[in-house]
Write a protein that binds this ligand. Sequence first.
Ligand code: FES
Length: 130
Amino acid sequence: MSDLYRDQILDHYRNPRNHGTLEPHDASFEDTNPLCGDRVRIDLRFDGERIADIKFSGRGCAISQAATSMLTEMVKGQTIADVRELTKDDLLDELGIPISPARLKCALLGLKVLKASAYGYTGWPGDGGS
Ligand code: FES
């Protein structure tokens, strides 16, 4: 069972989904893991409050890149409210293998970036803007 998950993670690492950048985009955010310098950037395009398109770029270990790839598949087509409700356990469940405390920051780097993008974007109608 865990081999299957391991294969899935390797597959996402080697063939990342939704990889690249979006120009133009409605929101973009990037962050690094200070422990290793690995970086993830996420670009979003919205249709109302729904994520119409999402792409990620960056570089890092297999876990950080695969987790972000999986994350983009999870949230594409979802709303910003859905993203705000997403928990780290949702993503860790999706990864499906035990993540050691030392790798937790790797696994959650993409989610941290996505949350920042989602909270930072205030451009949709009715949200008050800024
Ligand atoms: Fe850098 Fe995993 S070792 S994010």
